[in-house]
Design a protein around this ligand. Structure first.
Ligand code: PLP
Length: 256
C-alpha cells in the first residue's frame, strides 16, 4: 500500500486543509496519514478562529506516524508559527522521501493563517528541505518580496525561489485571458502548465488539492513532470460545475 503524509491545519468544513489532503490521497488510492499543525474554526462562510498546536504535540504526532506508518511522500500545509516551521524543518532534513511545501498564508476569505516571522522561517528554514514548493502568485510575491504581474515575472520568481533551496517550484499564476497558467520549474527546466479558466465561486481547497494530488503521485513513484500534469488535470476536473456545499465559498468537488 502506498502511503502519503500531510502535516497541515484542520478545516472542520472539510473543504481545505488536512481533510482536503486526505480526500485527495484517497482518490489516487494512496493511504493518507495526517499530523495536525493547527485547528481552524471555520465553515464555508468564514474563519472564526485559528489555534496553533504546541510544537511538542506536533512533533509527537510526527514521530508516532513516521515510526510506524512511514510515507513515500509528504506535504505541508498551514503550519502556523515560526517555531513550528523550524521544528518541522529540522525533522524534514532527515526525510528520506519527497516533501511538497504548500506555503499557505491566507484563507480564501482573506484571513491570515500565519504571522510575519513565519514567512521568514519558511524562506530560510523550510524551503531548503523541500523537493517541491507550490506558492500561488500572492505567496510567491511575499516569498520573493517582488512584484509578480506577468508570466516573465513569474518565471523570474520561480528562479529566485529555486535559489532558496527547493528542487522544484510551481507558481500558480491564476487567470490569464481564458486560461489558468502556472509556471513550473523542475531542476533548471521551466515550462508553462495551462488549463481552461473555470469561472466558479467554489474554489475552497484548490491549493490543498493541487499539492496533495502532486504528493500522492510522487508517493506512487510518478516522475516529476507527469506528477505535475496529473495534479493540474485533477484540479481542473474538480473545479468543473458540481453540487454546492455550504452557503459561502464552497469546496472543490472530491467526487470522480
Ligand atoms: N489549510 C487550512 C487549514 C485552511 O483553513 C485553508 C483555507 O481556509 C487552507 C489550508 C488553504 O486553502 P486553499 O487551498 O483554498 O488555499
Amino acid at each position: 500500500m502506498t502511503i502519503a503524509l500531510t502535516i497541515a491545519g484542520s478545516d472542520p468544513s472539510g473543504g481545505a486543509g488536512l481533510q482536503a489532503d486526505l480526500k485527495t490521497f484517497h482518490h489516487f488510492q494512496v493511504y493518507g496519514t495526517s499530523v495536525v499543525s493547527l485547528l481552524t474554526v471555520q465553515n464555508t462562510q468564514s474563519v472564526l478562529d485559528v489555534r496553533i498546536m504546541d510544537v511538542d504535540l506536533v512533533l509527537a504526532q510526527l514521530d508516532a506516524v513516521l515510526s510506524d506508518v512511514p510515507p513515500s511522500a509528504a506535504k505541508t500545509g498551514a503550519l502556523g508559527s515560526a517555531r513550528l516551521i523550524e521544528a518541522i524543518a529540522d525533522r524534514a532534513q532527515r526525510f528520506a522521501f519527497p516533501l511538497v511545501v504548500d506555503p499557505v498564508m491566507v484563507s480564501k476569505h482573506g484571513d491570515r493563517l500565519i504571522d510575519d516571522d513565519t514567512i521568514d522561517s519558511i524562506r530560510r528554514r523550510l524551503l531548503p528541505t523541500a523537493t517541491w514548493v507550490t506558492p500561488n502568485r500572492h505567496e510567491a510575491q511575499v516569498i520573493t518580496q517582488s512584484k509578480i504581474d506577468d508570466v516573465a515575472s513569474m518565471e523570474q520568481a520561480a528562479k529566485q525561489i529555486a535559489d532558496m533551496g527547493p528542487d522544484n517550484v510551481w507558481i500558480k499564476g491564476g487567470r490569464l485571458g481564458d486560461e489558468s497558467l502556472d509556471v513550473v520549474r523542475i531542476g533548471s527546466e521551466t515550462r508553462h502548465l495551462r488549463g481552461p479558466w473555470i469561472d466558479t465561486q467554489d474554489t475552497h481547497g484548490t491549493g490543498c488539492v493541487l499539492s496533495a494530488a502532486l504528493t500522492a503521485n510522487l508517493a506512487l513513484g510518478v516522475d516529476a513532470w507527469q506528477a505535475a500534469e496529473t495534479a493540474k488535470a485533477f484540479l481542473t476536473r474538480a473545479l468543473r460545475p458540481h453540487p454546492k456545499i455550504g452557503r459561502g465559498i464552497g469546496p472543490v468537488n472530491f467526487f470522480p
